[in-house]
Every structure is written in C-alpha cells, then in structure tokens.
Design a protein around this ligand. Structure first.
Ligand code: GSH
Length: 281
C-alpha cells in the first residue's frame, strides 16, 4: 500500500494525540508538513474539525506549543489541523525578508514566476489537505468544519470563508490582516505572487469580498497594543465593511494586548466557545 502520510512526530497529550506529518503535495509540488491534534472524543465518535492558519514566519508548531489549543481541543472535542504557512525547501523560491516567500504564502495561489510553481496555498488548504484529512482521519467530521487564524492566517481564515461560502460553519480571527490590498504586507505579497493588477487583488481581500451578509457570524479579537495595528491590520476597515452589508460580527478591541501568542492564549477559550456554538449545533 502506498504510504501517503509520513509520521514525523507523535505525542500523547490531554488523552488525545498530537501528530505531525509530511506528505508529497500535488498542488505545491513539494513536501508539506502539517500537524493534527486528535481529541480523546475521536476514539468513539466523529468530531468537528477546526482549521488554524498561522501568521508570518510560523509553521504548525507555534500554535500547538504556545497557545494552549490542545487542552481546549481535548475539552471541546475538536480535531485541530495546523497547516504550514507556505511551501518550503531548497528548490522552493524564497526571499530574505520575513514577510515574503517561505513562511509567507498568504493562502493564495501565485500566478507569477518563480512563485507559481510551488506557492499554491489556496488549493492546498481548500482542496488537497481537506481531501487528505477526510481520507486518512475517518473520525474527522468534514460536515462540521470551522476556521480560525492569526494575522496573515486571520486574513486566510476570513478571505477563504468569504470565497467559499458554506464550507466553514464558524469563523474567527486574531489580529487579522483584514484588507491586504490596502496595507504594506498585502501589497508586497500580492504584487509579487499575483502581479500588479490591483483589481485582481480584491478577490483575496476580506474587506473587498464582503459584498453581502451571510448567516455565519464572524469573531475577531485584536489587541490595542499590537505594533502592527495601525499600518498592517486596520481592524476598523473590517468593522466598516461588515456594517455596510449588515454582516453580523463581534469585533473585540482588547486593551493593552499585543500581537503575540500571549494574547492569543488569553482569548482562545472565547474563540472555542464561539466555534462550539456552530459546530456543536
Ligand atoms: N517580528 C516578527 C514578525 C513576524 C511575526 O510577528 N509573526 C507573528 C505572526 S504575524 C508570529 O506569530 N510569530 C511567531 C510567534 O510569535 O511564535 C519577525 O520578524 O519574525
């Protein structure tokens, strides 16, 4: 039998299992690594699936090691999937800057050379990896998927939810980039990966994608002491976009909190409550 997933790490924790896998990705044309936390409830029943998309410079490990997410996942009975933030490897295009190339895939499909060959993160996250999870984790309830993310991963969670209505039953974000076409991180990534046509950028911009309201409410937590708030994140633009179309959203500005995992760890329990309302309904 062909071995699709190569187990690279396995730990029992909170009576469930953290497993890290490598696999050969067809969409990204390289080896991709991701982590799955399987909660104890999955031993006897199907469990909801919560996707966590990480921010710039991260891989699967940041959220698993720093946020306390596995304790919550065990308590709520959610399977958590933590994909990487980009393709990686010596043969994969890269840039010296932390906000471009490996570790900075922005959850879109690149069309420009030399990026397009491997940087196909939208297809990877929305098609390839879910199909793999459904096939290899029979206790994953793919009819009950939620998505959350941080910073660049918050952009991923919000924009993918809006691009694929109905896929995710619940959505939330920490410190998301809400309007990538209007801020330096997004302008740099989009011009590099998909070219200079700003009109095309809107298809990947949560604020621009917010053209009508959906019945899936959106939760955002944002620290007021986040160094990136004014220049890169600009949370108020998302509040305005929701307001304009009557989209239900809870946007919490958290006094004194910064961009770090100390902030995420503080409010992650609220996000689990939020997802549980929809995923356990
Ligand atoms: N100062 C950081 C900027 C990148 C950054 O803040 N990354 C955030 C996501 S946008 C993060 O979660 N970093 C990893 C961590 O805190 O564990 C660097 O240059 O590496």
């Amino acid at each position: 039998m062909e071995l699709v997933l190569k187990l690279v790490e396995q730990k029992k924790t909170f009576d469930g299992a953290l497993e890290v896998f490598d696999h050969e990705s067809e969409s990204c044309q390289c080896t991709m690594r991701f982590a799955v936390y399987t909660p104890p409830q999955a031993k006897t029943a199907k469990v909801p699936v919560l996707w966590y998309l990480s921010g710039l410079t991260c891989n699967w490990s940041n959220v698993m090691e720093k946020s306390g997410i596995m304790r919550l996942a065990a308590e709520f009975g959610f399977m958590v999937i933590a994909p990487d933030t980009s393709p990686r490897g010596e043969q994969v295009a890269n840039d010296d800057a932390y906000d471009l190339g490996q570790g900075a895939g922005f959850y879109i499909n690149a069309t420009e050379a030399p990026w397009a060959e491997h940087f196909q993160m939208e297809t990877y996250i929305m098609e390839e990896l879910p199909a793999l999870i459904a096939k290899e984790f029979l206790n994953a309830d793919m009819d009950k998927q939620g998505i959350m993310g941080h910073s660049m991963g918050g952009h991923g969670a919000l924009s993918l939810h809006l691009k694929y209505p109905g896929r995710f039953k619940s959505v939330s974000a920490f410190s998301p980039i809400v309007a990538p076409s209007q801020v330096p991180w997004g302008e740099k990534a989009f011009s590099t990966y998909i070219g200079d046509d700003r009109a095309a950028w809107k298809a990947h911009d949560a604020c621009a994608l917010m053209s009508s309201s959906s019945d899936v409410p959106i939760l955002i937590d944002q620290g007021t002491a986040d160094n990136f708030l004014d220049e890169q994140l600009r949370t108020h633009l998302f509040a305005e976009a929701c307001e304009a179309v009557g989209q239900k959203a809870e946007i919490n500005m958290r006094e004194g909190y910064d961009h770090s995992y100390y902030f995420i760890a503080t409010f992650l329990p609220n996000h689990f409550d939020w997802h549980a309302k929809a995923l356990n309904a």
